[in-house]
Ligand binder design. Structure first.
Ligand SMILES: [Zn+2]
Length: 127
């Protein structure tokens, strides 16, 4: 995708784009921060943008955002991208820094929590 196309798509959703060189993509208020390398993968870029556009602008915990992060997106695709562009691995940290401000990704903490519980159930009961 071209940068201009990404910016135009965001504008349609009344959002702004900030191109960065780490993570994959995330939403901060009305800004979608996008790893520039993502533009090299047309389909993945479109899917990711569509996901970020539909997140709420709230910087607090929202059920809708959590549901999106649990049920959407493909971990395999994210990992594939991160192995090619290692700075994207920062996306998997449940905290991050954007414009010198730290933030916590509560959704990711919950996702990891669910994963850990599932693993304990599996190891504790199934084996
Ligand atoms: Zn998300």
């Amino acid at each position: 995708m071209e940068k201009s196309e990404v910016i135009a798509l965001a504008k349609k959703n009344n959002l702004e784009i900030d191109f960065i060189d780490y993570n994959i993509a995330f939403r901060v208020g009305n800004t979608v921060a996008v790893n520039e390398d993502l533009l090299k993968y047309d389909d993945y870029c479109r899917t990711t943008l569509n996901h970020e556009f539909r997140h709420t602008s709230e910087n607090k915990f929202m059920k809708k955002d959590l549901a999106m992060d649990i049920f959407e997106g493909s971990l395999i695709t994210c990992l594939f991208f991160a192995f090619k562009h290692p700075r994207a691995f920062r996306q998997f940290l449940p905290f991050g820094k954007y414009k010198n401000k730290w933030f916590i990704d509560l959704n990711l903490i919950i996702v990891y929590g669910i994963g850990l519980i599932a693993l304990c159930i599996y190891l504790g009961l199934a084996l």
